[in-house]
Write a protein that binds this ligand. Sequence first.
Ligand SMILES: NC(=O)c1ccc[n+]([C@@H]2O[C@H](COP(=O)([O-])OP(=O)(O)OC[C@H]3O[C@@H](n4cnc5c(N)ncnc54)[C@H](OP(=O)(O)O)[C@@H]3O)[C@@H](O)[C@H]2O)c1
Length: 238
Amino acid sequence: MSDPVYIKPVMLITGTSKGIGKYLAHYYLNKGYIVIGCSRSACEIENDNYIHIIADISDEVEILNIFKIIRKDYKRLDVLINNAVVNITDISVALLPYKTIEYTFKVNLFAPILLCREAVKLMSRNNFGRIVNMGSMLSKHEIPGTALYSATKSSLITFTRILSKEVYSLGITANVLSPSAIKTELSENVKQDVLMEVLNRNAIKKYGDLIDVSNSIDYLIKEESKSVTGQVIFLGGA
Ligand SMILES: NC(=O)c1ccc[n+]([C@@H]2O[C@H](COP(=O)([O-])OP(=O)(O)OC[C@H]3O[C@@H](n4cnc5c(N)ncnc54)[C@H](OP(=O)(O)O)[C@@H]3O)[C@@H](O)[C@H]2O)c1
């Protein structure tokens, strides 16, 4: 009798060329996942179970192409982590160009919505799915200069909470994870006095670690976490 075929779980992470997304890709590859990552630029991750798709997720066609590949090559999706982001956090509302507003909303909000839409269709085939949308403590602390970025993240919270109610009967959960400040290119580009002002409003007034992020995602995507949905976890005590 042949051994039962072990099917590796399939995870899609957006924004894996650097920062938190790159860390998560390595972390879940080590845990035995097949990881599909994407970004506009190339990615240096080399692993037989990693597939990188060059894509600009501000474009719906490119998102649909990612799912075409997943459907064709894997026929399943277990976990979606909406991580990619453009960070516009130092600009007064009075100075915001329309193009900047449009692009920021396309990447930070429209894309996660479209990715959730496509993921739900695929996940529902197996009556199982875990969606984690990355939030930000900025949506809670309301710092001047961050209105656009924070608006996209606040909208993502409302979207996720309502999505969770629509998809629960399909075996799918959807939650938001808001990390505290983590050292990445994104946080390096935020003015340090602004960052410290944000951190000083948290229970934990210092940078968080990447492992804080993966530890929380581990919990959210566990099969046993089936009743944890529609929640927003703020790390660092925001
Ligand atoms: N770092 C922090 O302190 C912090 C704190 C709270 C929340 N977060 C959240 O955590 C997540 C990751 O943040 P991070 O610090 O790792 O950011 P990051 O270092 O700036 O990385 C962002 C990733 O998104 C990709 N990306 C950007 N625009 C894209 C597009 N149009 N299409 C495809 N990919 C795109 C980037 O790749 P390319 O440029 O190659 O496209 C990159 O891989 C974000 O959702 C952020 O809001 C971070």
